[in-house]
Design a protein around this ligand. Structure first.
Ligand SMILES: Cc1cc2nc3c(=O)[nH]c(=O)nc-3n(C[C@H](O)[C@H](O)[C@H](O)COP(=O)(O)OP(=O)(O)OC[C@H]3O[C@@H](n4cnc5c(N)ncnc54)[C@H](O)[C@@H]3O)c2cc1C
Ligand SMILES: NC(=O)c1ccc[n+]([C@@H]2O[C@H](COP(=O)([O-])OP(=O)(O)OC[C@H]3O[C@@H](n4cnc5c(N)ncnc54)[C@H](OP(=O)(O)O)[C@@H]3O)[C@@H](O)[C@H]2O)c1
Length: 402
């Protein structure tokens, strides 16, 4: 099939900002396997303006048929003009170990993922297909799983990206409401595995205003949690290159999530264990640490536990139920306590260049995870913060907190 080098000329992209998305079918294999972003049989490439003629010739030579060419607005990171079809993200397979044996020479992660196909000013108007509660009886707050129909447009995405939602109406200053970001909770193929949907996991924000005492509901999260099947929803994006899965199917994926921070991990796990993707057969270890207040707040509990039971060698699941479980010293069971409990195993895994760590959820968890990792690293005489910097350089430490 078509290779990255077939598109080649990165300078061309830098000089002319105009880029075009090619949808191509029927390309002959040439030894390079790629998984289309969508399962339609097409592959998608981003081509700079000054390579268009050469690309058309090359596609014809490889027996391909161009189905569609559309201009795209893309950012400078995408100017490498790589094929969108590749799931290559963090490219860890050539990463060096964090204790410094060699420097990782990875390409910039996410160079080839879809980006900003729809801008907030000109969003895609999707339809809500379903909106289901995720919190069980006795749990805290409202968290919903939403599925949107995106079949009429060009929106596509990969696991670990986010979309923007533009709530209707105006803010308190009378200006149109601004976009809010939400991590995508489905795989690139969507929950119905038909490439026609995108899913979110949304908590309705509510709090008591510390000054007025008024009970306040968040604008966008309330809009989303109240959507009914058939309602319109304004979507921008996709955005985000921080939380992408490595293409290495033997990678170890350690996921540290709190609350709705489960969203990208749901997408990862569904891709690894639920879908049957010919180009991606996961054979590493996926270990989810999930922090929630009550057992009834374990989002996607049945699916997660079934998946773990069916894949005992490839998946581990560790909960930290903060308001039900206690630490040995009687404190709240937070995710960092679970990290400390499993310090030896985790540390052994982190040494391996094929191991990636992902953190997603409450902003406050970042300090907690650092505390857990510091304790784990100290057991081995390692200074965590320095080590973390090295992991980051190797594109093995991925953080999205909000
Ligand atoms: C990359 C990214 C991914 C995200 N993914 C998700 C996701 O998957 N699921 C999800 O539910 N959310 C997610 N969020 C959060 C989401 O973008 C919104 O911030 C959230 O839904 C609240 O938006 P809102 O419009 O409902 O609230 P707003 O109406 O915008 O209200 C938020 C404001 O309320 C105030 N506020 C909030 N809490 C308090 C408090 N306790 N006390 C006083 N004031 C307070 C603050 O000023 C805050 O800015 C993500 C954010 C980012 C950046
Ligand atoms: N009724 C409501 O509106 C309601 C209900 C629940 C949550 N919330 C608020 O919603 C926000 C996030 O909700 P969410 O769905 O993303 O998550 P969530 O379901 O509240 O789960 C977050 C988990 O992370 C824990 N946590 C808190 N601080 C932490 C820290 N520093 N380090 C590690 N773990 C920590 C929480 O414990 P603890 O919460 O036990 O400290 C909880 O177990 C929070 O601000 C929360 O206060 C509102």
């Amino acid at each position: 099939m078509y290779s990255t080098s077939a598109i080649g000329n990165t300078n061309g992209a830098a000089s002319g900002n105009r880029m075009f998305r090619y949808e191509v079918s029927g390309l002959r294999a040439n030894g390079v396997t790629q998984t289309p972003v969508r399962q339609s049989g097409s592959v998608f490439f981003i081509v700079p303006y000054n390579r268009m003629v050469a690309e058309m010739r090359r596609i014809t030579r490889l027996g391909g048929k161009i189905l569609n060419i559309t201009p795209v607005g893309i950012d400078s990171e995408q100017s490498a003009a790589a094929p969108m079809a590749s799931s290559s993200a963090a490219s860890p397979s050539n990463g060096a170990s964090a204790n410094g044996a060699a420097k990782a020479k990875n390409k910039k992660p996410g160079a080839d993922v879809p980006s900003n196909i729809y801008k907030p000013k000109n969003p895609y108007i999707g339809k809500c297909l379903s909106n289901d509660p995720l919190v069980g009886e006795g749990g805290s707050g409202i968290v919903q799983h939403l599925i949107f129909d995106i079949s009429e447009g060009d929106l596509e995405y990969v696991e670990g990206q986010s979309i923007g939602i533009i709530p209707p109406g105006k803010d308190e200053r009378g200006r149109p409401n601004k976009v809010r970001l939400y991590s995508i909770a489905s795989t690139r193929h969507g929950d119905n595995v038909d490439d026609k949907t995108v899913s979110l996991c949304v908590r309705q924000l509510e709090y008591d205003d510390p000054e007025t005492g008024e009970h306040v509901y968040g604008t966008c999260s309330t809009h989303l949690c109240g959507l009914k099947p058939g309602d319109d929803v304004a979507i921008s994006g996709p955005v985000g290159k921080e939380m992408l899965l490595p293409e290495d199917t033997k990678a170890n994926i350690i996921m540290l999530g709190t609350g709705t921070g489960i969203a990208p991990f749901r997408a990862f796990l569904w891709r690894m264990f639920k879908e049957n993707n010919p180009g991606y057969k996961f054979d590493g270890l996926a270990w989810l640490f999930f922090g929630i207040p009550y057992s009834a707040n374990i989002l996607y509990k049945d699916d997660l536990e079934k998946m773990q039971a069916e894949n005992p060698d490839n998946m581990r699941l560790t909960y930290a139920v903060s308001r039900e479980q206690k630490t040995e010293s009687g404190g709240k069971m937070y995710i960092q306590e679970r990290i400390k409990e499993h310090a030896d195993e985790l540390w052994g895994m982190i040494q391996k260049p094929e191991t990636h760590l992902y953190m997603c959820g409450l902003r406050g968890m970042e300090a907690g995870v650092d505390e857990g990792m510091t304790a784990a690293a100290e057991k081995f005489g390692v200074e965590w913060k320095k080590y973390r910097r090295q992991l980051k350089k190797e594109h093995r430490w991925h953080v999205e907190v909000y």
